[in-house]
Design a protein around this ligand. Structure first.
Ligand SMILES: [Zn+2]
Length: 63
């Protein structure tokens, strides 16, 4: 079960991130970094068995 759970939808000014497993959840931030960070909080709370967003956060941190 390594499906990508989060979908990012970005415009020039905002980044909306949604969780495929939770239609009621979405978050809006100004950068992808911030969006992945809020997604990783959601993931830790609701999908502790998944690490998609947490991986994305650490991937962004490295650069
Ligand atoms: Zn979710």
């Amino acid at each position: 079960m390594t499906k990508h759970t989060f979908v990012i939808d970005s415009t020039q000014t905002t980044v909306v991130i949604r969780c495929k497993a939770c239609p009621w959840w979405s978050a809006m931030r100004f950068t992808r970094d911030e969006a992945w960070r809020v997604a990783s909080d959601h993931e830790r709370t609701h999908h502790p068995e998944q690490y998609h967003a947490q991986k994305m956060v650490s991937a962004h941190k490295r650069s």
